[in-house]
Design a binder for this molecule. Structure first.
Ligand code: SAM
Length: 193
């Protein structure tokens, strides 16, 4: 029997290529994020959307759920991959979707009454930025909802504040083999709004 070597390059799907090219979330973490979001119900929010790659995928996989993306277009000083964006570029990959709302503001100024089933934090990676976004998330997550943070890492990312901040919070756990950390809001606990 003749065995044909499996050609690997076509497997590099569009999203992987986009992530690689833009220097953003790799496809395995995107797949994990989709799965995590699907374990929850209610509106979805991503803080730090950049061009909207992950927000778009989340919105496409959850067409019946409102999806909010927050981005100021101004990366923090410690973010190596994200360049500053013009107004039009913020979330542009997701902007056309019917269930997407883009909030082009500094996340620390966010004032919303709503609650969310899934909140992904990937904005200002400095300690104070992560803290502010996390405090927003903890106070707006629905019972049974999930908060996820990108760029939590054991080593190599100490320059960011994600791990330093999250290690002070009880109940946050790292998804093994990834740089995603998660927190489940207990079903019997409502956010203090
Ligand atoms: C790493 S990028 C996000 C990548 C995106 N989540 C993805 O996977 O495609 C971080 C984004 O956070 C945004 N950001 C940084 N500080 C912010 C703040 N205080 N408020 C809102 N957005 C902020 C930056 O403009 C940048 O677009």
């Amino acid at each position: 029997m003749k065995i044909t070597p499996y050609p690997l390059w076509p497997v590099m799907d569009y999203w992987f290529y986009e992530a690689f090219r833009l220097g953003v979330t790799p496809s395995a973490e995107v797949a994990l994020t989709i799965w995590l979001a699907r374990q929850t119900q209610g509106p979805i929010m991503e803080i730090g959307v950049h061009r909207g790659l992950v927000l778009r995928i989340l919105a496409e996989h959850n067409p019946d759920r409102p999806c909010f993306g927050v981005d100021s277009g101004k990366p923090g000083a410690l973010e190596q991959s994200a360049e500053a964006l013009g107004e039009e570029e913020i979330g542009q990959l997701a902007a056309h979707l019917h269930n997407v709302t883009l909030l082009k503001v500094d996340s620390t100024t966010l004032k919303l009454d709503g609650r969310f089933g899934f909140i992904r934090i990937d904005g200002d990676h400095r300690f104070e930025g992560v803290k502010a976004d996390s405090e927003f998330a903890f106070s707006h997550i629905l019972p049974g909802g999930l908060i996820s943070w990108h760029d939590y890492a054991e080593s190599g990312f100490e320059w960011m504040g994600v791990k330093r901040y999250l290690d002070t919070i009880e109940g946050v756990e790292l998804v093994a083999g990834t740089s995603t950390a998660i927190f489940w809001q207990p079903l019997d606990k409502s956010p203090a709004l």
